[in-house]
Design a binder for this molecule. Structure first.
Ligand SMILES: [Fe+2]
Length: 249
């Protein structure tokens, strides 16, 4: 393990994940912590919650990296539950970093790269589509369900609004229902995402696009899993992904 500070890791991740290239509605990089802290170990997860700090302490880790960090939208006051969330980290000298859209879009360690990788589709065939990808394939909806079961479990819903054959597949993790226009422009016939709303469901039905929903959370576990492995391989820092909702879901 090499000696590395929180600030050095943040600098590396900002560049590796191309954080400055995204217009995000949350913050990317260090949320809480001190840049001169020496890293003892890393925990990655999809969402921040206080139990992660306990896991970090048990594993002698002092850095947590998540996909969904503490701040969303406009600045807000630090009171009540939000106060407790932040104080829990600060009282224990644990740093929190988050990477949102950069960790959806990244071609090696992103949420969408993980899903396509699990389908066995080579990265040189993917084309970028917003924070996800689309790719030409010759498979069926049933093939996708079978292949993804090992890594994401069974989908929460499968809507075969098309004929079940997949020629052009699109993948955008998380809440991906608003990308229908892009999917239609690109001729995507089958779409993997996390969750979509009821009005969006009606539109997908209307346009005959197959939809596989893996839940917002599950569809965004791959990025943190791959990022944890990357940090361990790249720097020899002990790192592990924590599936905080594994039992709850
Ligand atoms: Fe998300």
């Amino acid at each position: 393990m090499i000696n590395m500070t929180v600030g050095e890791l943040e600098k590396y991740l900002n560049e590796y994940l191309k954080a400055s290239e995204f217009e995000d509605f949350t913050f990317n990089g260090i949320n809480i912590g001190k840049r001169d802290w020496e890293i003892k170990g890393v925990i990655t997860a999809t969402d921040y919650e206080r139990s992660l700090v306990d896991v970090a302490k048990n594993e002698n880790a002092n850095v947590i990296i998540v996909h969904h960090g503490l701040w969303w939208g406009k600045p807000y006051t630090i009171t009540d539950e939000v106060y407790d969330d932040m104080a829990y980290l600060m009282k224990r000298d644990v740093a929190l970093l988050s990477y949102h859209l950069p960790l959806d879009a990244h071609p090696e360690v992103g949420n969408n790269a993980y899903i396509l990788g699990a389908l066995g589709i080579e990265p040189d065939r993917w084309q970028p589509m917003d924070v996800g990808f689309y790719v030409d394939v010759d498979i069926t909806v049933a093939d996708i369900v079978a292949k993804l079961e090992k890594v994401l479990g069974m989908p929460k819903d499968v809507w075969e609004f098309g004929d079940g054959n997949v020629r052009r597949l699109g993948v955008i993790s998380g809440a991906g229902g608003s990308f229908l226009g892009t999917l239609l422009d690109l001729g995507v016939d089958t779409y993997i995402t996390g969750e979509i709303s009821y009005p969006q469901w009606r539109d997908f039905r209307r346009y005959g696009i197959n939809v596989l929903l893996y839940g917002h959370y599950k569809s965004e576990t791959g990025g943190p899993i791959l990022l944890s492995k990357h940090i361990e391989k790249q720097f020899g820092i002990k790192s592990q992904f924590v599936d905080i909702y594994e039992r709850a879901m």
